[in-house]
Design a protein around this ligand. Sequence first.
Ligand code: FES
Length: 162
Amino acid sequence: MPDDKKTMPADNNEINRRAFFAKLGLGSLSIATAGTAVFAYQFLSPNVLYEPSPIVNAGKPEGFPEDSVTLDVNSGIYLIHAKEGFFSLSAVCTHLGCLTAWKPDLGIIACPCHGSKFNREGEKIEGPAPKPLPWLRTWVNDEGDLMVDRSTTIRPMQFVRV
Ligand code: FES
């Protein structure tokens, strides 16, 4: 008779315990699968940093009167209309990268961080900056807008005549 007990169907408690552990196992497997899928997606998606274009449309030349220095804070450039023509400079200080400011009363570009000063052509006058402010490639596009490429420096004194 004791053998019959082994072959008898399990009681309700045993079935419930089995079902509980089966569901627990399935739940754990589902969570592990979901986590693996998330990490696999992150691993397989391209690790690309999307940055804004280095090309800046500064607008019509008429917006820049002769002998003016205009700082575009958003793009970090100066657009300068000299009597020889237009040119643009990076407004980022060559010392530690602070944004410089045009001082019209002094006629200089000054860095607020450590006191570097530059003339209107970007040459260093004083301060710790190791290099002049770079000239940036500037041109007029087919629509007549002044364009500046922040990623391309050029030799100084290359003016754009409109
Ligand atoms: S960052 Fe401009 S002088 Fe230091």
